[in-house]
Design a binder for this molecule. Structure first.
Ligand SMILES: NC(=O)c1ccc[n+]([C@@H]2O[C@H](COP(=O)([O-])OP(=O)(O)OC[C@H]3O[C@@H](n4cnc5c(N)ncnc54)[C@H](OP(=O)(O)O)[C@@H]3O)[C@@H](O)[C@H]2O)c1
Length: 235
């Protein structure tokens, strides 16, 4: 594990920074993905240890290619970068908001994953963790217990799409030994949106769930959806 290399996208703050910090604390070399170099360098300095800055805007194709050229072998990719929205139902939401959110949460994850798959194939124990959301679970959305009936439609449907891609990548990359799983981090106190900012959920607790999936043994699961505490989440 000491020689392992990880990349966490959107790691300059929030849950991603906690994931990067925990992986660095476990002795890994961790690329702290940040679209802003100064914010990323600040996080690298605060994390210390094996943290390294990787300037990476997941919506910038040329920037993704440039970042991928800097990493020859990658053991762990955490697709964490994400943006939320204003909570609107689909009928009231602008198409431009759908496009903006999908650009980061869905197309960004695809672009980064595809760019780094060659480096992951050079790893002995490659893992991908997609930071999803329990709000993207269609089973929960259609059940009686879910409080958000129809709200945050753009954000939540982007996470449902990310869940589908988790399954499809897991199947497509199984022959390469690359395990791909999705995490529902739970509501955490971050700058993602007003609901998250007002919560008392500890981002470090969510990060621990991502680290568990990042360090899965070779007989561990792939193509599955887990809550931060390791319990399965229904699709
Ligand atoms: N907090 C929660 O309650 C919660 C619940 C469920 C799921 N999640 C998921 O957890 C993940 C992390 O969110 P968070 O709560 O930690 O929110 P956050 O504090 O707002 O962090 C989001 C991170 O993503 C980065 N980012 C946004 N767009 C990017 C882009 N185009 N390229 C690269 N980085 C980009 C942000 O960078 P900048 O600083 O440059 O904006 C920031 O580092 C997200 O995928 C989110 O959907 C969070």
């Amino acid at each position: 594990m000491e020689n392992s290399v990880a990349l966490v996208t959107g790691a300059n703050k929030g849950i991603g920074k906690q994931i990067a910090g925990q992986l660095a604390g476990a002795g890994l070399t961790v690329y702290v993905g940040s679209r802003d170099a100064a914010r990323g360098q600040q996080a690298v300095t605060e994390i210390g240890g094996g943290a390294r800055l990787l300037v990476l805007d997941v919506t910038d194709a040329a920037g993704i290619d440039a970042a991928a050229r800097q990493v020859s072998t990658l053991d762990i990719l955490i697709n964490n970068a994400g943006v939320s929205g204003d909570g609107k139902t689909a009928d009231r939401e602008d198409l431009s908001t759908f496009r903006r959110i999908y650009e980061t949460n869905v197309f960004g994850a695809v672009a980064v994953t595809n760019a780094f798959v060659p480096a992951l194939r050079r790893s002995a124990h490659p893992r991908i963790v997609n930071i999803s959301s329990g709000t993207g679970s269609l089973t929960w959305a259609t059940g009686p217990q879910f409080p958000h009936r129809g709200s945050y439609a753009a954000y939540r449907s982007s996470k449902t799409a990310l869940n589908a891609l988790t399954v499809f990548y897991a199947h497509a990359l199984a022959a390469d030994g690359i395990k791909v799983n999705a995490l529902a981090p739970g509501l955490r106190r971050t700058g993602l949106n007003a609901t998250a900012a007002a919560s008392d959920g500890d981002p470090a607790e969510a990060a621990a769930g991502a680290v568990r999936l990042a360090l899965l043994p070779d007989d561990g699961p792939s193509g599955e959806f887990f809550s931060w505490d390791g319990t399965p989440v229904p699709w």
